[in-house]
Ligand binder design. Structure first.
Ligand SMILES: [Zn+2]
Ligand SMILES: [Zn+2]
Length: 336
């Protein structure tokens, strides 16, 4: 606990580093930008779940929560907004998908000329096909008045557990996590079909794991998949105190999310170089309180919107800001 608290103090100054011994291999880094660290409930401080991964030439968004487009613009201006062309969806809840059309169409409208590639569990391709149908008129309208056609394409693929992307030194592995509804007393499935995926991204010597939305059990796939990972990003829900109707309602979702005590178990089993909380329920919970509830002596922190982590021999904490105030002067929207 003391380690975690000291770490938080250091985090406040931004730029703390966690060193890893040098290896013979290259020093390719992975950069993460936390665009939204909240969940479905609207919050000015914590937008919906979305984390940008930059590795080599790749820019990959993990989940597309509410407000992602605006945060992406804040973090990197139009250049960033138009250069993300891969989206990983953990599952089809609206707080993870509602900005998929926003990323796809805004990027296209302001200059992206390559298709948007989307990967997610069963049902993702159908959802994206429905988005394509929903915005058919918009695309026909804009291309009629001169917006280029390239980049309006949406290519979506359903994926299951295993490696589904392995190009340019970047490997993405999906694995099942437990987020389907169960009967609270018996623990039995309520029979709803569907899946939620966690993802592990490896690039060069470094790696990051995204838990997806999940309850935590000792049999969680996160434990074997998280062994040896540099950064493990886990969701959490803090139980509401008392026995009021509001508290009981809030706590219904504890059966599909992970309490800090459960996440501490996962962190203790996996021992990442850095454990991170994101997708935080409720969004107003304080970082100190959250860390205090987590019985883990390793390095960890509570993510904030627009926080960055650069994962290399050191893990560097920073903040993305300012770029989104630029003025869009160089139009490449309309064909010459
Ligand atoms: Zn969620
Ligand atoms: Zn969910």
């Amino acid at each position: 606990m003391i380690n975690a608290r000291l770490f938080l103090v250091a985090f406040a100054s931004f730029g703390l580093v966690i060193a890893k011994p040098a290896t013979a291999a290259g020093n390719d880094e992975i950069k993460l930008t936390f665009l939204g660290t909240g969940a479905p409930r609207p919050s000015h401080d914590r937008y919906g779940p979305a984390i940008l991964v930059e590795a080599g030439d790749y820019k990959i968004m993990v989940d597309a929560g509410p407000g992602m487009r605006e945060r992406l613009f804040q973090a990197g201006g139009f250049e960033m907004l138009t250069s993300v062309d891969h989206l990983l969806i953990t599952h089809l809840h609206f707080d993870h998908t509602i900005s998929a059309p926003g990323l796809w169409l805004t990027g296209w409208l302001f200059g992206r000329k390559v298709p948007m590639n989307v990967y997610g569990p069963t049902g993702t391709a159908a959802m994206m096909a429905n988005f394509r149908t929903a915005y058919d008129w918009d695309i026909r309208y804009r291309t009629t008045v001169g917006v280029h056609q390239e980049g309006s394409e949406l290519i979506a693929k359903d994926v299951g557990p295993g490696v589904f992307f392995d190009k340019g030194g970047l490997r993405i592995t999906a694995f099942d996590v437990e987020h389907m509804p169960i009967d609270l007393e018996s623990g039995e499935s309520l029979g709803l079909e569907g899946a939620t995926l966690g993802y592990r991204i490896d690039y060069g010597d470094y790696s990051v794991l995204f838990s997806g939305d999940t309850r935590s059990t000792p049999s969680s796939e996160i434990i074997p998949m998280g062994k040896g990972v540099d950064v493990l990003i886990h969701e959490t829900q803090v139980p509401a105190p008392g026995d009021t109707p509001e508290a009981r309602l809030a706590n219904v979702s504890l059966s599909v999310h992970s309490t800090p005590a459960q996440v501490a178990y996962v962190f203790n089993q996996t021992r990442p170089r850095l454990g991170v909380y994101s997708h935080i329920i409720p969004p107003e919970i304080g970082s100190d309180e959250l860390l205090g509830l987590t019985d883990y002596s390793g390095r960890m922190l509570v993510a904030e919107d627009l926080m960055t982590l650069t994962i290399g021999r050191e893990i560097t904490i920073g903040r993305a800001e300012g770029a989104g105030t630029d003025i869009f002067t160089e139009s490449n929207v309309v064909e010459e």
